[in-house]
Design a protein around this ligand. Structure first.
Ligand code: SF4
Length: 339
């Protein structure tokens, strides 16, 4: 049996055609799943009973179980249990322009970025596409509101789960599904070069963000082991390839770590690294957590770093700090899961 949220509209059309049913039934069913949010095929009383029974034999409705829900002013954090009792988290952020969900793509992560709480949990497995879809469905159900933006930046490296991630995008982007516009979806990678190149041919205009965090080779290798496999030059070649193919501006994510990567020398290296890339820099104040070896950069250093980028004609912002009270910052999920 397959989870019903794991099926793309094309697959569902084939399914109905194989049963000698009209393929429009796929759209009909998708509408009930994602717009009406049914939880049982028998709720579609306009489909004949024999067909509903066949659907029940072939598909099931999976359920994420909510274990914990923490709220603060503009951020909510959800701890979910999967069908095999493994745990994942999602974080909802309230922006002026709408609700944005930062979601997980794997259980744990093998990339081992030193500053990252999520990376402390070794990867247990990839999430299936439906388990990513469910995070959106479940949070929308819990808050009774529509989520307008998705950032795949929670636990896991999405490009280490590439096929499921791409399938997930197809499902949520469908007008008949959750209809989340591809420009409202951002995927963040720590720099899995072959997949960045492959992603350049992905036929959806999803935004790409790169977790860079240092443009100094040995420092980045210290912070992010992926950099030993794909050094800064190799990463840059991939980013140029991606841009030449897609003409989509790349976001560079840069977590500000006190006395680690926040000096003017670091800013200079960053300017030099990105000067011929069409990109936007997102400076992220680190969310200091218990047991971490790292601290948030001071406001003074963040400002100085930011001013240096602006003076050198880069486009940059300092990201609003979400979740400092409930450990919900980017790359810092899973603290609840660990407990
Ligand atoms: S920052 Fe992202 S890629 Fe790195 S360990 Fe954390 S979850 Fe994995």
């Amino acid at each position: 049996m397959q989870a019903i949220y794991d099926v793309t509209i094309d697959e569902l059309e084939k399914y109905f055609l194989n049963k000698n049913e009209k393929k429009y039934k796929a759209k009909y069913l998708y509408n009930f799943l994602y717009k009406e949010k049914i939880k049982d095929f028998d709720e579609i009383t306009t489909l004949k009973k024999s067909l509903r029974d066949e659907l029940k034999e072939d598909f099931y409705f999976p359920t994420l179980t909510l274990l914990k829900h923490e709220k603060s002013e503009d951020v909510q954090k959800f701890l979910f249990s999967l069908e095999d009792n493994l745990l994942i988290e999602a974080v909802l952020m309230e922006h002026d322009y709408g609700l944005s969900l930062c979601m997980s793509s794997q259980v744990g992560c093998n990339m081992g970025c030193k500053f990252c709480e999520s990376g402390r949990l070794k990867k247990r497995r990839n999430l299936e596409a439906y388990e990513m879809v469910e995070q959106i469905l479940k949070v929308e159900e819990l808050i009774s509101k529509k989520i307008s933006r998705i950032v795949v930046m929670g636990i896991g490296e999405p490009f280490d789960n590439y096929d499921n991630f791409c399938k997930f995008i197809k499902i949520i982007n469908s007008d008949l599904g959750l209809s989340i516009g591809s420009r409202h979806i951002t995927v963040s990678t720590c720099g899995v070069v072959p997949k960045i190149k492959e992603f350049a041919s992905f036929p959806y205009q999803v935004n790409l963000a790169i977790s860079l965090h240092s443009a100094i080779e040995n420092k980045r290798q210290e912070l992010m082991p992926i950099s030993r496999a794909y050094d800064l030059n190799t990463l840059k070649e991939a980013l140029i390839y991606y841009y030449n193919k897609t003409h989509r501006r790349i976001t560079i994510e840069y977590i500000m770590l006190n006395k680690v990567n926040d000096s003017i020398e670091d800013a200079k290296a960053l300017v030099n690294y990105v000067k011929d890339l069409n990109c936007y820099i997102n400076l992220i104040p680190y969310n200091t957590t218990n047991g971490s070896d790292f601290e948030r950069s001071s406001d003074k250093n963040i400002k100085q770093f930011y001013n240096y980028l602006i003076k050198n004609k880069l486009t940059a912002t300092v990201r609003k700090e979400f979740g400092s009270k409930i450990s919900a910052a980017c790359g810092q999920l899973s603290s609840m899961a660990e407990k």
